[in-house]
Design a protein around this ligand. Sequence first.
Ligand SMILES: [Zn+2]
Ligand SMILES: [Zn+2]
Length: 171
Amino acid sequence: MGSHPRKDWDTYFMDIAFMVSTRSQCPRRQVGAVLVQGKKLLGTAYNGAPMGVPDCSEDGCMIAEEYELVKDGGEEKVVKKQRCVRTIHAEQNLLLFTDRADREGSTVYVTDEPCWTCANMLANSGITEVVFCRAYPKDSGKVRTMMEQKGIAFRGVEHYRPPTPAAEPIS
Ligand SMILES: [Zn+2]
Ligand SMILES: [Zn+2]
């Protein structure tokens, strides 16, 4: 019992990003992103098909197969992976629905570490910090290097656990 400790800002905004991600209709990956200026929430976005176009829940995922080089111990292996390419990524939707002026010097909280394309776009968007939760090792190395070159703070949120879905109300 007793009072709950007050949420820190990272937890507060990351919780919102996770809540936003639940709007995504892609069963393979649900990503949420929020734009924060100071302590003010200026935008939210999730991955999805363009407005007015059938999404993954209606037409199924649009699967692309890719080959990825994976390091397994000292060995490099080529692994075939599947990815849904139907959706606009959360970070890209966030940029489409926010103003440049609002983004200058702001922070993006995103549930998943950005892919290379999103990272590239974020780097040119005016934002100065990216905070993520779940790692995306495939692009992580080159993304981190580029963020460093660009002088954008880039970090995983520490000591954070995504919210669990709310329990059914007891009647
Ligand atoms: Zn999908
Ligand atoms: Zn992306």
